[in-house]
Design a protein around this ligand. Structure first.
Ligand code: GAP
Length: 524
């Protein structure tokens, strides 16, 4: 059983650094200091992301008769999100440190105990300020620390910004004993503001006559892709000739003004989701939730995330979203701990009922077979695309000691991405760039493959170095055109090439005409 608490910050640092160095993921607006919580996928990252989305779509839409797709708008009518409960309730409790102004999640503050030093104000010659402040000292801490912190707090209000805080005299010192309080900043002991609800949605104005007061001019960037699926349920049902049970799938961007974006792309403010709302009869909801869980675990295994690194959390009562009767979180062992990759939730008929109630339009389903009318229940497998890409990169990263052709040992960095997910499927090299025939054949192979997959031509440097460069970006196959290909020494080997395997580093001889079917079999 894996240790769910295990973390490896050094490994994570190496992954982040490789992602930037080789063009997988960059900080958004890095040129201007970076936009926190936003990321840009580089030439290789975008390929991994596309591979993932295309495979998810193929598995869940193309290969299933009971699921159809949707691509809803990102800008969302505020009535949709009022009905869903996001306008009133999609929030986190936040508080601010009175001293440093740092913003903290109130429900994530560790309870502390100690002596609180309270003050009512401070003065300096003619100047004074009246304002309550307090500092929490843990057992054994010197009270001068509380006084120093309080002076720093009051100095903010003094008109002379260069005045030393030591010049201030504190007013009204008193103490209280505190047990398990969350009212103080664990970093510096300063009092925090009262917690306030902070809505995580990005609000925006629509149209030229935008006005804060005009309800039709307000829209939100969607916080989940799910809502457009619910609001289009009836249209899809009427136009696709589906019958319950059936699903609607969507891949797209979602936006949340996360308080603490962290762990690289794991918690971002702009991210992509891959969601299915699977509509069913009420009595099938719980069974289908279990079935979807298994289906999703198989999916992760098929893209290269091993089962032993995936954990299923049966979210207990009281911790599930208000709409859910059952939720499984699928978690993965990231280098920063075991964290959620996907939620499989039984949302009951909550969403369709709410939209029916708020819109006044019927969203019931008529079952021809039983002649019953009912609001379908929903099972929702909701995966994070960026989180899955991150899991793939974390799982793939490896460093190993190898011996080069001259017997010297070196560290090989290798991204062992599943061939389905690898950004470049095959690299094609002429052994010698000066050999015109080798170059011509290599280019021909490149052209024959590139209609079917992403390939890369490279003729610079020693072949060993070219292999290393491809290992580092996860290319599963390297094809080398050499003298044997030309049939100059061994006529039997004419029109064959070497196919080198990234993980084992083994090489085999293969006919050029067999390359395409062989590679297609490996990457599909
Ligand atoms: N429609 C249900 C829903 O949105 P969720 O658990 O809030 O449920 C589903 O989100 C998935 O979306 C998560 O399991 C995660 O993979 C991804 N996700 C959510 N918030 C994210 C964020 N801030 N950054 C990256 N991915 C996120």
């Amino acid at each position: 059983m894996a240790d769910k608490e295990y973390t490896d910050p050094e490994r994570m640092e190496k992954i982040v650094s490789l992602c930037k160095r080789r063009g997988f993921i960059y900080q958004s607006a890095e040129l201007y200091g970076g936009l926190n919580g936003c990321w840009d996928y580089g030439p290789l990252g975008v390929e991994v992301k596309r591979n993932l989305k295309e495979f998810w779509w193929r598995r869940n839409v193309q290969e299933r008769e009971d699921i159809v797709g949707l691509d809803g708008s990102i800008l969302t009518h505020q009535s949709v999100l009022t009905a869903s409960g996001h306008v009133g309730g999609f929030s986190d409790p936040m508080c601010d440190c009175l001293l440093s102004k740092a913003r903290l999640r109130a429900d994530k503050i560790e309870p502390q105990s100690g002596t609180a030093y309270h003050y009512t104000g401070a003065k300096e010659s003619e100047w004074s300020v009246t304002r309550d402040f307090a500092v929490l000292l843990r057992e054994g801490e010197n009270k001068n620390r509380a006084r120093k912190t309080a002076r720093q707090f009051y100095a903010q209000f003094h008109p002379n910004k260069s005045l030393s805080s030591k010049a201030l005299e504190l007013i009204g010192e008193s103490t209280t004993e505190e047990k398990n309080t969350t009212r103080y900043n664990p970093e510096n002991g300063s009092l925090l503001t009262e917690a306030r609800e902070f809505n995580l949605m990005f609000k925006t104005q629509v149209g030229a006559s935008s006005s804060e007061e005009d309800p039709n001019a307000v829209a939100y960037l969607r916080p989940e892709t799910a809502q457009s699926i619910f609001t289009q349920f009836k249209n899809v049902l009427d136009t696709s000739r589906q019958k319950v049970p059936f699903g609607i799938a969507q891949i797209g961007k979602a936006f949340r003004n996360e308080i603490n974006p962290r762990n690289f792309t794991f918690r971002s403010r702009e991210f992509e989701q891959m969601e299915i709302e699977y509509f069913c009869r009420p009595e099938d909801g719980l069974r289908l939730t279990d079935e979807w869980l298994e289906d999703r675990l198989t999916f992760y295994n098929d893209i290269g995330l091993p089962r032993e690194k995936l954990h299923v959390l049966d979210v207990p009562d009281g911790e599930r979203a208000h709409y859910s009767k059952k939720t499984y979180d699928i978690e993965f062992d990231f280098p920063f701990g075991c964290q959620e990759l996907e939620g499989v939730a039984y949302r009951t008929d909550y969403d369709l009922s709410k939209h029916q109630e708020h819109s006044g339009r019927p969203l019931e389903y008529f079952d021809e077979a039983t002649k019953e009318k009912f609001i379908p229940h929903v099972v929702e497998p909701s995966a994070g695309c960026d989180r899955t890409v991150l899991a793939l990169l974390c799982e793939a990263f490896g460093e190993e000691e190898v011996t080069d052709a001259k017997g010297k040992s070196e560290v090989r960095t290798v991204m062992r991405l599943h061939p389905r997910m690898a950004p470049i499927k095959a690299a094609i090299f002429p052994l010698l760039k000066k050999n015109e025939e080798q170059v011509r054949i290599s280019r021909e192979i490149q052209r024959s493959l590139e209609r079917f997959m992403n390939v890369f031509y490279d003729q610079t440097g020693a072949v060993g170095r070219r292999y290393r460069r491809q290992d580092e970006v996860g290319t599963p196959f390297c094809i080398t055109v050499d003298f044997e290909t030309l049939g100059e020494e061994t006529p039997d080997l004419k029109d064959t090439v070497t196919l080198r395997h990234r993980d084992s580093m083994e090489q085999e001889r293969i006919a050029i005409s067999d390359l395409l079917p062989r590679l297609l079999e490996e990457i599909r």
